[in-house]
Each structure stands twice: as structure tokens, then as C-alpha cells.
Design a protein around this ligand. Structure first.
Ligand code: ADP
Ligand code: PLP
Ligand code: MG
Length: 290
């Protein structure tokens, strides 16, 4: 029987609703991965409500928890680390030391970094030191980076001029060390008004994917976290880069369709659970010639 992969997921948790691990853990489990959730913050709700209560995890807890897993002899079973929303740069450095510890125990383990930098206009609040940490330190260690357009622009310190330019920008991140860059949401001059576009770039190839843009009165939160989590889960289950990309796009679209149908602000993950595992829609990624 094929072994079930194990994944250490280090990101935020919300008590109410869905963001960070609260958006990604259940879907990753549903598609067939053992998830080890390590919550960088525990907030009452995501920050786009404009108010929340809760705490940031003390950074020293991250290596302490990783050591605890090492002490029971399980660290070598960790196949991947996922990091997302961070409460402080110090937490980020603690994650990198955890990644090093895990790679020493299992050299095949991969590290996917979702560089959540915040979006002040949308009300996603992330400390400025976290952005600097992601730009300067995490990107050099990550095997896979999953920025949105704003985060890609921050990495490159400019905005794209075209789709081809988005590929150039994503490729420039590969030079820092990652093997693949998934841009979860593309924004560039001249893009299709009715589409939601994504990009996957590896050293060899680049793929572009379109799915329908859905109308929401308030943009749902946690979509990026869900995308990164499902992409990594499917990679661990043996998918190729492009298959995992297409799966994540389809499964996330199913969740958004259910969320829209329920007129809900929070992602309808429980109602959409079967559609996450077996998406009814399929979006084919197009291989770009550049
Ligand atoms: N098909 C879609 N139609 C409309 N909005 C979408 C669709 N897919 C994702 N979104 C929204 O687009 C935004 C994507 O956010 P973005 O900033 O690119 O990534 P992240 O979720 O990581 O912040 C989110 O607000 C999400 O709710
Ligand atoms: C606590 C928390 N985690 C994660 C996120 C990231 O969510 P998204 O997937 O939309 O980038 C947010 C965004 O506001 C947040 O408040
Ligand atoms: Mg995000």
C-alpha cells in the first residue's frame, strides 16, 4: 500500500471562519495527506474583519515543537513544510531553522513558502518586518514559492507590463533558489476582464491557467492559503507540477462556487468537501512558449 504523506503546516489559525491553517488543514486532509498543524497565531477571526483578539505564538515554541517530534522519532517522516501567515520575522527565522532540522532528518523533504505580505487596501495586516524577512531570507530557502501578484511585485520591486513580463518576474525568483513559482493571482495590463488567471513557472517551462472570475460582494479570505495547501498536498501525492496546479485551481474554484451559492463571506469548505476531492470542473493549463 502506498504511504500517506506527512506535512508540517506552519501558519495562522482562526477560531471562527477560515484563513491560514483554518482554511488549508481540512482540505489537505480530505485529499489524503497527514497534516501536522503548527499555528503561528491563534486569532478569533481573520484580520480582514478589522478587529480580532488572540495571540502570536512565541517564536521559541516553533523549534521546541519540532524537537518534540524529533524526540519521538517521527521527524524523518515529515515530507514537506508549508509556511504561510507569520506573526513576526522572528517566527519566520524559527521556521527556517525547523526546515533545516527536517531536511537533515529527511533530505527529500520540500519547503513551500506562501509569502503572505498583507494587503492594506483589503485589510490584510502583516507586520512590515515579516515582508522583509520573506523577501530577503525565506525566498532563498524555499523549494516552492506561491506569491500573489502584489507579493511578486514586492519581490521584483516593480509591476509587470504584460503576461510575458509576469513570467520574467517569476523566473527571476527561481534564481534565488526555488524550483517552482506558482503565482496564485495574476494582475497585468491587458488581461481578460472575465478571467481569474494563474501562472506556474519552473526552470524548464511556464504554464498559464484561466478560470472564471466570480462576483462577490466582499472578496473571500483564505483563498491563497487553500490554493498553496492543495497544490502542495497534490505534489506530495505524486502529481507533476502541472497536474497539481490544475487540481488546485479546480478544487479552489469549486469552493468559491459553493461559497457564492451560499452568499457566504467565509469559505464553505465543509459543504464543498466532496467537490474539493473530486472537482467537477477542469481547467487546462496552457504551456507558454516563453
Ligand atoms: N474565481 C474567482 N473569482 C473571484 N475572485 C476570486 C476568484 N478566485 C480567487 N478570488 C479572490 O481573489 C483574491 C485572490 O487574492 P490574492 O491577493 O491574489 O491571493 P491571496 O488570497 O493569497 O491574498 C482573493 O480575494 C480571492 O477571494
Ligand atoms: C490570520 C490570517 N491568516 C491568513 C490570511 C491570508 O489569507 P489569504 O489566503 O486570503 O491570503 C489572512 C488574511 O487576512 C489572515 O488574516
Ligand atoms: Mg495570501
Amino acid at each position: 500500500m502506498k504511504r500517506t504523506p506527512h506535512l508540517l503546516a506552519i501558519q495562522s489559525h482562526v477560531v471562527f471562519g477560515h484563513a491560514g491553517n483554518g482554511a488549508a488543514v481540512f482540505p489537505m486532509q480530505r485529499v489524503g495527506v497527514n497534516v501536522w498543524p503548527l499555528n503561528t497565531v491563534q486569532f478569533s477571526n481573520h484580520t480582514q474583519y478589522g478587529q480580532w483578539t488572540g495571540e502570536v505564538l512565541a517564536p521559541a515554541q516553533i523549534p521546541a515543537l519540532v524537537e518534540g517530534i524529533a524526540a519521538i522519532g517521527e521527524l524523518g517522516n515529515c515530507d514537506a513544510v508549508l509556511s504561510g501567515y507569520l506573526g513576526s520575522a522572528e517566527q519566520g527565522r524559527a521556521i527556517l531553522s525547523g526546515v533545516a532540522r527536517i531536511k537533515a532528518a529527511n533530505p527529500k523533504a520540500i519547503y513551500l513558502c506562501d509569502p503572505v505580505m498583507g494587503h492594506p487596501e483589503k485589510g490584510c495586516i502583516v507586520p512590515a518586518e515579516v515582508s522583509s524577512f520573506l523577501l530577503e531570507e525565506a525566498s532563498a530557502v524555499a523549494d516552492v514559492l506561491c506569491p500573489n501578484q502584489l507579493e511578486l511585485d514586492s519581490f521584483c520591486d516593480r509591476r509587470p507590463e504584460s503576461l510575458e513580463d509576469c513570467v520574467v518576474m517569476a523566473r527571476s525568483l527561481l534564481a534565488r533558489g526555488p524550483k517552482a513559482v506558482l503565482v496564485k493571482h495574476l494582475v497585468y495590463p491587458g488581461r481578460g476582464a472575465d478571467d481569474f488567471e494563474m501562472l506556474l513557472v519552473t526552470a524548464q517551462d511556464s504554464w498559464h491557467l484561466r478560470r472564471p472570475l466570480l462576483a462577490f460582494p466582499r472578496q473571500p479570505v483564505g483563498v491563497g492559503d487553500l490554493t498553496s495547501g492543495l497544490f502542495l498536498a497534490r505534489l506530495l501525492l505524486g502529481d507533476s507540477w502541472v497536474a497539481a496546479f490544475e487540481f488546485a485551481a479546480a478544487a479552489v474554484h469549486e469552493v468559491l462556487l459553493e461559497t457564492q451559492a451560499c452568499a457566504s463571506y467565509e469559505l464553505e469548505l465543509v459543504r464543498a468537501q466532496d467537490r474539493i476531492v473530486h472537482p467537477r470542473v477542469r481547467f487546462e493549463a496552457q504551456l507558454l512558449g516563453y
